[in-house]
Design a protein. Structure first.
Lengths: 460, 455
């Protein structure tokens, strides 16, 4: 396969005058399940083959995706991509250049304890049914349980015109459990996610516990009060810290978005948060949902320091943005599959722990909130963010109190980073999926932290 | 674009797969064949830097064995063995799955009506040069408005889509359509101030997009959000533009009118048919046959004819959206709302063109109804709304203050808190300026009594 791809790259360079060419072929196998209240909506499986070609001609990119390994189809695609890139480049003022990258020849094999393809569909369904039973059986007010399951395995071949050739196994297992509860006209819901690149063994440990956890939270919210809108001190759990790091800061530290006018562009080396703030994006954590060995430009992944003690230390790069900043690529170029081009994506993004216990964090708050688990989040290039909260509690006189439902926090990322006044010593990493036109599997996390003040969105 | 698959090629593949699945032991079978070809030209940081083309073809097979449903897909449709493996895959998935006592079979054959303005052959002939021209004029239009505005990303794209479906009840259909779009995202910068990202687009089924309008409008919005003032926390009037409505309704109201949400007791509209659920100003249809609509097709993802369904009439809840499964569960007929994400997924209930009926007022007249309020464009965090209760607590970035009927100044970081179902009851007027955005086609709407948390 790599020979076929290398041949395509040769044609792009020699025949069509490309400065750079890369080809990525994939064979992907998927299993998917959706269960609603224990009803298996459909047991699903699929096979996809395809090739993504990307060429740089006269400083502009041409990309083509085809669902075929046929040599003639690929030749047509590469000629079309080169022609289109040439057209696009006619009005370029600043041609695209790439940072240097070492050439690599490697074959990365994943050796899971349990490969998902060796587990029978029947067994995957049984596991999902156990989760469902635990959720619906938790309390009679639990009315619904949706379970989505996905495993993806396959092979990824990469070759570029500089001589890099990589074959890399792919393996992802993922599941999302959503429980809904209702009582006296009030509806609540709660979500849990599992995701790993290690193997199917993540489902070995008590699947019913995760069903129960989702159900318990949905039920708890039925008795919860709504928050008061306005400014408040908060303690954030690792799950919320993670989404804050990812949404409120991480996207701003993606070099393409920084260049697009994001607020970090002119803040490299500057202090943008309290001394307690240190963030990483790390693709090397074994088995984590956002880990891989080489990115989709053939660059090795790494542990990238983003903020050290409140000072912006670096951004996440692909080869194109790295060239603009005169640095090396950090290996953050990822493509969801062969249908799309690689773009800068996060991997496992987290805040580094410090020295406080949870009790010490909460003790410092006379009246505020403990936000434990998030529902969704979003940020804007101007440095504002919003994070919805699915599990929250009041803090009254330094102690965690009554549950609170449907809260959210918002504010300016940088103002908020300066208001981090204590950071815990614990650490958790949570799997998730990030959308930026394409879906990427990621993790985010950190310790518990305390923030002096954020805007809490209340209810009407 | 390369030569597209012909109707007879796609239909005969679908029909042969159904036959083969039945021979292999399926009680029922359905084959869905998809082709999508798209060409895009992309803008990044103020210039055209990239182009892409995708050719995506595939087959999805649904088979049932003893009322258990299995599904398999592949994108290797030219190889007979891959197609046979997919049929076998659907059958083995069905055998591994569980019997569903509510399964009442695949849809029956029904007549399709022709749909208008969904296919423009000119789009197939459009080469990348044409798209480069569209993208360029959009960039030029942005920059012509003001030097402080910067087109950060965007592009122009043309797509051809076709699908064929066949099932063991005699359903057999083929249709093709085109979509053309251009969009640009902008920010304005002055000193250390960067505005939130502003966005405009044009999308339709024919070749007529207006890149200059898109560029100018995106630039105007960014420019007008440079100077901001704070607003106070209060309960006030809002004009929701289509951007805001799309974000707010997608996760809440549209879920609430899906029959499976109702049947699963996850909709506040359960047992509310015939009741007033919105103000009398609100009339909503799901119109799968709307001429030129972005989601207009003759038939849905399981081969049922699409139709116009009245959901809310003058505030009164009239109906829900059904696929065949949910409809049969209640002894009803599908409303043609089974939707697929290409060949990769089984059908699920989704709105087609979710059409909020426009009113008679011009946008200016609607504004003049507001003595004190905000006009909302882009929202942040709408997907963190509670999809079942409809409670939301989200940020408007930016919103503009309306005072005495005029848009005065931008404001940032304002939070809106409320419940979408209460919002529907507080709609007091709709404008005449409807436009389509994804599945939503709507005018601006005026809402009273929404809590705004200032900064």
């Amino acid at each position: 396969m790599e020979d076929v791809l290398a041949n395509i790259n040769d044609v792009a360079v020699q025949k069509f005058g490309a400065e750079y060419s890369e080809a990525r072929a994939q064979k992907l196998y998927k299993t998917m399940l959706t269960l609603k209240e224990g009803r298996v909506e459909a047991a699903k499986q699929g096979i996809e083959n395809g090739v993504a070609l990307r060429v740089l001609v006269d400083g502009a990119w041409g990309f083509a995706s085809v669902g075929s390994f046929d040599a003639e189809v690929l030749m047509n695609a590469v000629s079309g991509a080169c022609r289109m890139a040439k057209n696009a480049g006619l009005r370029l003022k600043t041609p695209i250049k790439l940072a240097e990258a070492k050439t690599v020849e490697d074959h990365v094999q994943i050796k899971p304890r349990k490969t998902p393809s060796s587990v029978l569909m029947e067994d995957k369904i049984s596991t999902a049914l156990e989760v469902n039973k635990a959720a619906l059986g938790y309390d009679k007010r639990v009315k619904g349980c949706t379970i989505d399951y996905l495993d993806l395995t396959g092979a990824n071949y990469f070759a570029n015109s500089e001589g890099t050739r990589i074959e890399q196994d792919k393996l992802y297992v993922w599941s999302r459990i959503t429980a809904t509860a209702s009582s006296q006209g009030l509806f609540t819901f709660s979500r849990e996610e599992i995701g790993s690149t290690a193997g199917y063994e993540v489902f070995d440990s008590a699947p019913e516990a995760i069903g129960e956890k989702a159900a318990k939270r949905a039920v708890q919210q039925l008795g919860a009060k709504t928050p008061k809108g306005g400014k408040s001190p908060v303690v954030l759990g690792p799950n919320v810290v993670g989404v804050f790091v990812h949404e409120a800061f991480g996207h701003l530290a993606e070099a393409d978005l920084a260049l697009a006018g994001g607020v970090l562009q002119n803040n490299l080396g500057k202090k943008i948060g309290s001394d307690l703030v240190t963030f990483y994006d790390d693709g090397t954590i074994e088995g984590a949902f956002g880990s891989f060995k080489y990115d989709d430009e053939g660059v090795p992944t790494q542990k990238t320091l983003l903020i050290k003690d409140g000072v912006v230390a670096g951004l996440m790069h692909n080869r194109e943005t790295a060239q603009k900043f005169n640095v090396e690529s950090t290996g953050n170029a990822r493509a969801e599959n062969f249908r799309v081009e690689p773009i800068i994506r996060m991997r496992n993004t987290f805040m580094a722990p410090r020295d406080h216990s949870f009790e010490e964090l909460v003790e410092g708050v006379s009246s505020g909130y403990y936000f434990k688990s998030f529902r969704g989040g979003q940020a804007n290039l101007d440095g504002t963010f919003q994070v919805g909260i699915q599990e929250a509690y009041e803090i009254v006189n330094g102690e965690v109190g009554e549950p609170v439902r449907d809260a959210s926090i918002s504010g300016s990322t940088m103002e908020t980073l300066f208001k981090v006044d204590a950071v815990g010593k614990d650490f958790e990493l949570w799997p998730g999926r990030c959308g930026k036109g394409q879906t990427a599997f990621i993790c985010d996390g950190g310790p518990h932290i305390r923030v002096k003040e954020v805007i809490v969105g209340g209810s009407a | 674009m390369v030569a597209v698959l012909e109707k007879y090629q796609m239909l005969s593949l679908a029909e042969n797969v159904v036959k083969s699945a039945l021979q292999k032991g399926a009680a029922e079978a359905e084959a869905y064949v998809y082709e999508g070809q798209a060409t895009n030209v992309g803008i990044e940081r103020g210039q055209i830097t990239k182009t892409n083309t995708i050719i995506d073809r595939g087959l999805g097979v649904r088979a049932t064995v003893n009322k258990a449903v299995g599904f398999a897909y592949t994108n290797i449709i030219e190889a007979q063995n891959a197609v046979e493996d997919t049929i076998t895959g659907a059958l083995s998935a069905a055998r591994a799955s569980k019997r569903d006592p509510d399964w009442k079979g695949l849809p029956r054959k029904k007549m399709y009506v022709a749909v208008d303005k969904v296919y423009d052959p000119a789009i197939l002939e459009l080469r990348s040069e044409g798209l480069v021209d569209i993208a360029s004029s959009m960039i030029d239009a942005v920059v012509s408005v003001d030097k402080r505005v910067f087109p950060i990303e965007g592009g122009a794209g043309a797509a051809y889509l076709s699908n064929a479906i066949a099932n063991s009840n005699g359903v057999s259909g083929f249709e093709k359509g085109t979509i053309m779009e251009c969009s640009v995202a902008t920010v304005a910068k002055e000193g250390n101030t960067v505005t939130p990202v502003c966005f405009e687009f044009n999308a339709g089924r024919d070749r007529n997009v207006d890149p200059e309008w898109v560029g100018k409008e995106a630039a105007r919005l960014a420019l007008n959000s440079l100077k901001t003032k704070r607003v106070k926390t209060e309960t006030t009037k809002l004009i929701l533009t289509q951007f805001a409505l799309q974000d707010l309704l997608h996760f809440t109201l549209i879920n609430a009118v899906k029959a499976d949400s109702v049947q699963r007791k996850q909709s506040p509209f359960q047992d509310k048919i015939g009741e007033q659920v919105a103000s009398e100003t609100v009339t909503i249809h799901d119109d799968g046959l709307l001429p030129g609509g972005l989601r207009t097709w003759a038939f849905d993802g399981e081969g049922t004819p699409q139709q116009k369904t009245t959901l809310i009439e003058k505030g009164v809840l009239r109906n829900f959206l059904y696929d065949n499964y949910a409809a049969k569960k209640e002894g009803k007929e599908s409303t043609g709302n089974a939707s697929r994400a290409g060949y990769l997924s089984t059908p699920g209930i989704e709105a087609t063109n979710f059409h909020i009926t426009p009113g008679n007022k011009t946008p200016d007249q609607l504004l003049s109804d507001v003595d004190n309020g905000l006009i909302i464009y882009y929202l942040q965090g709408a997907h963190s709304s509670n999809p079942i209760s409809g409670d939301f607590s989200i940020v408007a970035t930016p919103a503009w203050k309306i005072s005495k009927g005029e848009i005065k100044h931008a404001t940032r970081g304002v939070m809106l808190a409320g419940n979408i179902f209460e919002v529907l009851k507080n709609v007091t007027a709709t404008a005449d300026n409807q436009r389509q955005m994804g599945q939503l086609i709507a005018p601006w709407i005026l809402v009273e009594n929404v809590k705004v948390i200032g900064k």
